[in-house]
Design a binder for this molecule. Sequence first.
Ligand code: C5P
Length: 321
Amino acid sequence: MSQARIAAPTVIPAVHLLAPAKLNLYLDVLGQRSDGYHELETLFERIDLADEITLTPQVDGVTVTCDDPTLDCGVGNLATKAAELLRRTCGVSQGVAIHLAKWIPIASGLGGGSSDAATVLLGLSRLWSLALPVESLRELACQLGSDVPFFLEETAFAVGRGRGDACEPLAGPLPVLWHVLVVANAQLSTKEIYEGVVKNHQAHPPTTPLTASPASLTMCLHALRNGSLGELAKGLSNALEPEAIRRCPVIKDVQTCLRTSGCLGVMVSGSGPAVFGLCHDAAQARTVAQQVRQHGAPQWLVRVVRTFDGALEGASGTRVA
Ligand code: C5P
């Protein structure tokens, strides 16, 4: 006599994903827009410093937890916003518990919150089997923040225009870059940095460009495509850097330390205070990092990082030395 089979409940396993940080190798502010944002031209690079995100299905609602008690896990968190937006847009009834293991320093110019949001959009689209067209996902990403569309692309390098949200991934072959990343224990508000740039500009004659970059995006792209690190170092530029230094003077000390340690070029990323030093290769980056740890302030976070061109799912190597 055959026994009746009792169907086991289907358990959907949790999904583990990476949310990598970015550097801006180049950032120019071209002008103010009528929507309150600024028109940008920027060159993004994804790096292998990444938050780790776990998405666990639950019956209802979105809950977010984080290993960093200083991070707001409520409705203000971009991961929460991303999950809620996707659920609302696609009429999803299932819920999700999101856990963030934060490795990317918060409010440092490395795009951690934006990357978390993009990874949640990608991860939940897979988890909930949403056949959302790429264009629709991009639209949602734009609603969440100017940098979010870049992280959606899963590309190593991209040019950002408009608010930074009009993203053009760069096709290879492109080099893997090595940097030493230093973040002083400070946080800066992107909004306040942009306001500072405008205020400073208003003190100058109206014919003066909003920012005056000594380099150009074309020069940077040319150097990157040719793998010419010396030229790329000369092309590193960030129009937000002077305002970031004004608000956070320790950035100057970080830059001096990276320069005297032999970096080819040194620049603030985004609205700071993160600073990166471009190095020849992995070996030089390790030597520079050692020197910065020796001569810099003990509370500075110092990491060797490289271009990240891996997948978000199942990848490893987040805890870089
Ligand atoms: O888009 P996101 O929310 O990341 O931007 C944070 C703040 O940075 C905005 O509220 C705005 O004040 C400023 N911002 C800007 N122009 C941009 C991007 C950001 O003024 N292109």
